[in-house]
Design a protein around this ligand. Structure first.
Ligand SMILES: C[S@@+](CC[C@H](N)C(=O)[O-])C[C@H]1O[C@@H](n2cnc3c(N)ncnc32)[C@H](O)[C@@H]1O
Length: 429
């Protein structure tokens, strides 16, 4: 397919997402099934146009004076893929699979408009109602942070030291341009690529099948590192989900001690079994029911609450969720976070530590939650997270954001990772 055909495909998918409110992955999959002639390169290019369009939906629509899927698709090629209007006209000219060329009106708007005239949240490509939270969290830097969340994410991996050291994995993935991550101790990074370029399917690699590495954003690896689990510890991963952080902590403990993985949602927890096997993990117990954990109340050295959240820190990867998020969703998450924190805290032994993590950057879900929790539970005290960071990663790595040193917030703009919040609260001995 030429670029015009790929653009048409992307416009069809964007229309499907908008009219039927479908998740991006489902809409792309369906398009692929009904266009079997499209090769993997075509699908990747179409996926890239769709995701790029959703990342910068508001600013694209403003500059084109049009929020239709066609305008968004063209804006991607002009603003994110670096094609000039002339080059783009040349690409679609004579291609019978291309969409209609950009109209005179759209082109005139694009040439005449600049983002300085747009509302600030449009410049930052975030929902307007979220802007006050960004301002509260990041002050004058909020727009820089918002814009960085509209970029393309890298592909991050974690070397599984139970099976292979980072150097060995780097060697195995050399042809993919894999390099060591800047912060996470076992992290490996493959660049996001530009335009139509395709990310390698690393899970098809033999090294993955052998359990040498996991796919995990560097931010997620870093917060698991910050728990600093020790060999012999009793650790509870209270919101274990598919086990991303369980696996990282179990490896950091060299298969010694115990990690107990629990989640209220059995479906989310299910893949953990296969992943644990592949990773060669022998120190993890999986719990589907809170009742099986009850006898261990007050016994854990470290309890991690990787809380359900709005996922605002992952907007680069899931840009459609940025536009679907509502204030009601936020309210629901806040209640779930309080419940998870309250339930999990009962498992921390005196002198042990409760860790609270989200992949959100909204202060309501982060600082406000832990300050509320510590106020209501005075036997828990916040520990200086920036100190732990420095001890673990040093001063020369990119530094996260922190208001007062007691908590840290990772962001694409500060640490070049997904957005994550982390803090540790120690229970009185
Ligand atoms: C951010 S996800 C966890 C991701 C996982 N830790 C990882 O690294 O792959 C949050 C999880 O919390 C679970 N959850 C929500 N409320 C909970 C509660 N009250 N107790 C335990 N788990 C809960 C959800 O089912 C969801 O899987």
């Amino acid at each position: 397919m030429r670029l015009g055909g790929r653009l048409s495909g992307a416009i069809e998918v964007l229309t499907d997402i908008e009219t039927r409110r479908r998740p991006v992955a489902d809409a792309l999959k369906d398009w692929g099934l009904s266009h079997r002639f499209a090769g993997s390169g075509d699908r990747a290019a179409i996926g890239n146009i769709v995701y790029d369009a959703l990342r910068m939906k508001l600013s694209h629509a403003f500059l084109m004076d049009d929020d239709s899927p066609t305008a968004l698709g063209y804006a991607v090629l002009l603003r994110q893929w670096g094609l000039s209007p002339e080059a783009l006209a040349g690409e679609v000219d004579g291609d019978r699979f291309a969409p209609p060329p950009l109209s005179e009106d759209r082109l005139a708007a694009f040439n005449a408009r600049t983002l300085d005239a747009a509302a600030p949240h449009v410049q930052g490509d975030i929902p307007g109602w979220v802007q006050p939270s960004f301002e509260a969290n990041f002050g004058d830097d909020w727009l820089t942070e918002a814009k960085a969340l509209a970029g393309r994410p890298t592909l991050d991996l974690r070397a599984n030291t139970l099976k292979a050291g980072r150097d060995k994995v780097l060697k195995a993935l050399e042809r993919n341009g894999a390099v060591a991550s800047a912060i996470a101790r076992q992290g490996i990074r493959i660049s996001a690529g530009e335009g139509p370029s395709r990310l390698p399917n690393v899970t098809a690699d033999l090294a993955f099948q052998k359990g040498w590495f996991e796919v995990q954003d560097e931010g997620s690896q870093i917060v698991a590192d910050l728990v600093v689990p020790q060999e012999g510890d009793q650790v509870l991963d209270f919101c274990a989900g598919g086990g991303g952080k369980t696996l990282a902590m179990a490896a950091a403990m060299h298969n010694k001690g115990q990690v107990h993985a629990y989640d209220t949602d059995r479906k989310r927890l299910a893949p953990i079994i296969e992943r644990l096997k592949r990773a060669g993990t022998r120190n993890v117990q999986v719990h589907e029911d809170l009742s099986s954990l009850s006898p261990l109340a007050g016994r854990f050295d470290r309890v991690l609450v990787d809380a359900p959240c709005t996922g605002t820190g992952t907007w680069r990867r899931r840009p459609d969720t940025k536009w679907r998020l509502t204030e009601k969703n936020l309210e629901e998450r806040l209640a779930q976070q309080q419940e998870a924190l309250a339930n999990a805290s009962a498992f921390v032994r005196p002198g042990g530590t409760l860790f609270y993590v989200t992949c959100s950057i909204l202060p309501q879900e982060n600082e406000e939650q832990v300050h509320g929790f510590c106020k209501a539970n005075p036997d828990f005290t916040l520990q200086p997270a920036t100190e732990t960071w420095r001890k673990l990663f040093g001063d020369r790595t990119p530094q996260p954001r922190s208001r007062d040193g007691s908590t840290v917030t990772l962001t694409p703009a500060s640490t070049d990772t997904d957005g994550f919040f982390f803090c540790a609260m120690t229970r009185k001995a």
